[in-house]
Design a protein around this ligand. Structure first.
Ligand code: ADP
Length: 308
């Protein structure tokens, strides 16, 4: 069984379900509130632990109560938080406002979720791991983590997230074994008009996974393209869907977890990995909050019902 370390943001999320997103000077009613840990890397680590896999997190919180709650919650879920550092300052808090149609607005303070710089990256942080999963973070820190992971012979995946265009991630994108992008990010990185299409940009050494929302996802290996259409469910809140998808994909590839189905051998079974990842994403959008990834048992049951 593979041990996976996620590195990136650990936040405190306040999810407010409202009757409508208010216009300036307007007001709306909060119909539901949900407070829990968030941040992409932490969401992935939490989902992996929920699948029963060994998961660790590299990230930073402040000295306030939100930081203590976010860290404690992860520990309770079974995530190794030894590489979560506490620094002077405020934990990053995101106010996620979701209307009845599932439309989302996010408010955030700066917070200390990027306090780990490249100088603080140490080989000990990835010791005993088989894989490192990077989410949106300082590009220099991500570069240092890739170096440390490579030196230790670990595989690396990267899900740069929605700020991909504002950050200098470009040099890192072909240094990882698996690159995860949503459709908008994929179009930004591999514009059809210039440069090679995704099919040619991908290779067995840099597999590209494109998440397509309600339409499922695709895997490009350079040699082959796999697509899974996803699962039709009623979406309530898509926050964290990409993180739950990543956790499912990693569980099925690096983690060797096929959720009820016998493994198919040494080569990753991308068809199965896509089914697992889409199942994880689909179950997550059915519930509010960013930490709504399914348990191992719930995901296995969902997949058993819908796949042969
Ligand atoms: P991101 O959240 O990273 O922007 P997507 O919106 O593509 O990425 O969502 C990630 C994954 O979550 C999708 O590939 C799919 O598996 C699942 N998902 C997202 N939205 C839906 C939906 N409306 N119905 C079913 N599955 C969904």
């Amino acid at each position: 069984m593979g041990r996976i370390i996620a590195a990136g943001h650990l936040n405190w999320d306040v999810t407010l379900r409202v009757t409508a997103l208010p216009d300036p000077d307007g007001e709306a009613q909060i119909t539901e509130q949900h407070r829990a840990g968030g941040g992409s890397a932490a969401n992935v680590a939490s989902a992996l632990a929920g699948f029963g896999l060994a998961a660790g997190l590299i990230g930073s919180v402040g000295t306030d109560q939100h930081g203590r709650m976010a860290t404690r919650e992860l520990r309770t879920q079974g995530v190794d938080t030894d590489s979560v550092v506490t620094v002077e300052g405020e934990t990053t808090v995101k106010y996620i406002v979701v209307d009845e149609a599932g439309e989302v607005m996010v408010l955030a303070n700066d917070g200390v979720n990027e306090a780990i710089g490249p100088e603080a990256v140490e080989p000990a942080m990835v010791e005993g791991a088989d894989h490192v999963h990077l989410t949106g973070q300082r590009p220099d820190t991500a570069a240092a983590l890739i170096e440390v992971a490579n030196a230790a012979g670990l595989t690396v995946s990267f899900d740069p997230g929605r700020r991909i265009e504002q950050r200098a991630f470009e040099p890192l994108l072909d240094q990882v074994d698996v690159l995860l992008l949503n459709e908008r990010e994929a179009t930004a990185v591999f514009p059809a008009a210039s440069g090679p299409p995704i099919e040619r940009a991908a290779s067995p050494d840099r597999v590209i996974v494109v998440k397509r929302g309600a339409d499922g996802a695709s895997v490009y290996t350079g040699d082959e393209t796999h697509h899974h259409p996803g699962f039709a469910v009623e979406a309530v809140d898509t926050t964290g869907a990409g993180d739950a998808f990543a956790a499912g994909f990693l569980a099925a590839t690096v983690g060797g977890e096929s959720f009820g189905r016998p493994g198919s051998g040494a080569e990753p079974d991308y068809e199965r990995a896509l089914a697992v990842a889409n199942g994880s994403g689909a179950l997550t959008v059915q519930a509010a909050g960013a930490r709504s990834a399914p348990s191992r048992v719930a995901l296995a049951a969902f997949l058993a019902e819908r796949t042969v």
